[in-house]
Design a protein around this ligand. Structure first.
Ligand code: DX5
Ligand code: ZN
Length: 219
């Protein structure tokens, strides 16, 4: 049986009360905390760096799932691992066919428990084939990265099914517009980890929303 991992994206939380927000989703049953790191270069937005990740880690009891939307993931990998990243995910669009093997090795060498790669909605998954055995997680973006609150792009579900057909047995994570209305299709395609920012933090009762999402993913 595949796991169901609910990962609230802190991008949609109240950053002035981040410790309380972490405690709120942990009490509500979150499995991971999804942390979006943006550099204003790979994506047109800026968020947080290692010092804030470290502060989140100090407040957290569950693993940090750190999503690097940055142009130099290898350069900063160690800093994010030292800050407490449990999963460290970089983008295929940054490293490409020529650089991905070395990037995986470099990130693995930090000792991080899990190494992930992410693909944008318009990036095919077939080129990942040589790297499947060395990856713990593949993050399929269901919106173009940069901002929370965007609409889910259902066409990416084909890529989740394709990765399973290709024999990938690691974790597949979906990020962008994941909500009660879209999570069942993600799960049916073969997704294990579900990132949701606006759907969770924008709801009145984060615990009830996560419980509902877990129920729909299990169907
Ligand atoms: C988008 C980020 C997402 C974002 C998801 O670039 O990678 O993690 O926070 O937000 P929602 O769930 O609102 O689409
Ligand atoms: Zn993300």
């Amino acid at each position: 049986d595949r796991p169901i991992l609910i990962a609230p994206s802190l991008l949609s939380c109240d950053f002035a009360r981040i410790g309380e927000e972490v405690a709120r989703v942990e009490a509500g049953g979150a499995d991971w905390l999804h942390v979006d790191v943006m550099d204003g270069h790979f994506v047109p937005n800026l968020t947080i760096g290692p010092p804030i990740v470290k502060a989140i880690h100090a407040a957290a009891r569950i693993p940090l799932d750190v999503h690097l939307m940055i142009s130099e993931p290898v350069r900063y990998a160690e800093a994010f691992v030292d800050a407490g990243a449990h999963v460290l995910t970089f983008h295929w669009e940054v490293t490409g066919a020529a650089g991905t093997g070395a990037a995986i090795e470099a990130i693995r060498a930090t000792g991080v428990p899990a190494v992930g790669i992410s693909v944008n909605p318009d990036t095919p998954v077939e080129p990942l084939e040589p790297f499947l055995d060395s990856l713990d997680l593949i993050l399929v973006m269901s919106v173009f990265p940069g901002f929370g609150g965007q609409k889910f792009i259902p066409e990416v579900l084909t890529k989740v099914r394709r990765l399973r057909e290709m024999g990938f047995e690691g974790l597949i994570e979906m990020d962008g517009g994941v909500a009660p209305a879209t999570i069942a299709d993600c799960a049916a395609a073969g997704t294990d980890a579900f990132v949701a920012g606006s759907a969770i933090f924008g709801s009145e009762d984060v615990a009830a929303t996560m419980k509902e999402m877990r129920r729909l993913a299990a169907e």
